[in-house]
Design a protein around this ligand. Structure first.
Ligand SMILES: [Zn+2]
Length: 345
């Protein structure tokens, strides 16, 4: 079990980064992985803050999370041999930092600039170019520094997407339980409770989560970090990624320009909750309150694509046992499911 050692969430916590690095034993050098936009939002600030502490800082700008870019960062690590890698940006920049540092045997620190999904704190990374359209195991961040003053300025739809990823734990935990009961797979109640608690927290406080609210944002960040920790404890993404995530991955295959990860998982959770006969309307209500889409139109995808994605969800990751394995949706039953939950008209 590998867990983060320092987790700091709050207003202007970025200023603590230098001290945190020092406390963890890194005072010589670091490589900052950032994006073209996030460089201005926080990347430069991080470089200045660490340089002021006397550290030798190199940085690399990546566009998205592809295997090619992971390779580029690995090459830079080999050349400059930093003590630690920092991922400063949205999910994709953090994933590139996470996977490249893992492959080169270095620890990494996560400095998110938005709250779009639980990858900011999880041990898994989603990278395009791998042979499978879902996340792979990498490593937990050694520290997470989430500055709400920075993140509150990001486009609010990212935070709403984070809420979608959070409510999706209502169904992912069910799937994990199901796999335990039917397939006798390992199931950890502590990790499951932690994931579920995060989903409940966002449901209970949905009214607080809105544009410009650092209080609501902090809640979302803490819940996302708890989910990351749940995955670290479980040693797998299972507590946080079930049938609703399979739907999202499947939709990515069907429609290359769909919604954000968390938005798609939220919509998936509505439909999978219906299959489980649990409170799907409650999930939908939370998504609506937080401003996360609940329909194909809201995701910007064709109704037909939702149906196709549902039918194909089951075959995306055959080894992950979920409710989809018991329902075997065909075109007609998938369409019915999407209609009855209001995802498609
Ligand atoms: Zn997710």
């Amino acid at each position: 079990m590998q867990l983060p050692r320092e987790v700091v969430v709050g207003h202007q916590t970025l200023l603590l980064l230098g001290d945190i690095c020092k406390k963890l034993g890194f005072s010589e050098s670091a490589l900052v992985v950032t994006g073209p936009d996030t460089q201005d939002i926080a990347g430069k600030n991080v470089i200045d803050l660490l340089s002021d502490k006397g550290m030798d800082i190199d940085y690399i700008v990546v566009q998205s999370s592809t295997l090619q870019e992971v390779g580029d960062v690995e090459q830079r690590i080999k050349e400059t041999k930093p003590e630690i890698v920092l991922g400063v940006g949205g999910g994709t920049k953090i994933d590139v930092a996470k996977l490249s540092s893992t492959r080169q045997g270095l620890p990494f620190i996560s400095v998110p600039t938005n709250a779009s999904h639980d990858g900011i704190a999880s041990p898994v990374a989603a990278v395009k170019g791998l042979d499978k359209p879902y996340s792979v195991m990498a490593q937990s961040p050694m520290a997470i520094v989430a500055d709400t003053d920075v993140i509150v300025r990001s486009d609010y739809r990212f935070t709403a997407s984070g809420c979608g990823d959070l409510v999706s734990k209502f169904t992912s935990v069910r799937d994990w339980e199901l796999a335990y009961k039917v397939k006798n797979e390992y199931y950890g109640e502590y990790a499951a409770s932690l994931a579920l608690m995060s989903a409940r927290l966002v449901t209970k406080n949905a009214d607080l989560i809105k544009p410009g609210s650092e209080e609501g944002l902090r809640l979302v960040l803490e819940a996302l970090i708890s989910c990351g920790v749940a995955m670290s404890i479980a040693g797998s993404s299972k507590p946080c990624s079930g049938s609703e995530h399979l739907f999202s991955h499947s939709l990515d295959v069907v429609e290359s320009n769909g919604g954000l990860h968390g938005q798609q998982c939220g919509v998936g959770a509505i439909m999978m909750a219906y299959l489980y006969d649990i409170d799907w309307k409650g999930i939908k209500d939370t998504l609506q309150k937080t401003g996360c889409p609940t329909t194909a139109e809201g995701l910007g995808v064709k109704p037909e694509s939702v149906v196709k994605a549902l039918v194909q969800s089951c075959s995306i990751r055959p080894e992950r046992y979920t409710i989809l394995d018991t329902k075997e949706l065909d075109y007609e039953s998938a369409k019915k499911l999407a209609k009855v939950t209001g995802v498609i008209p």
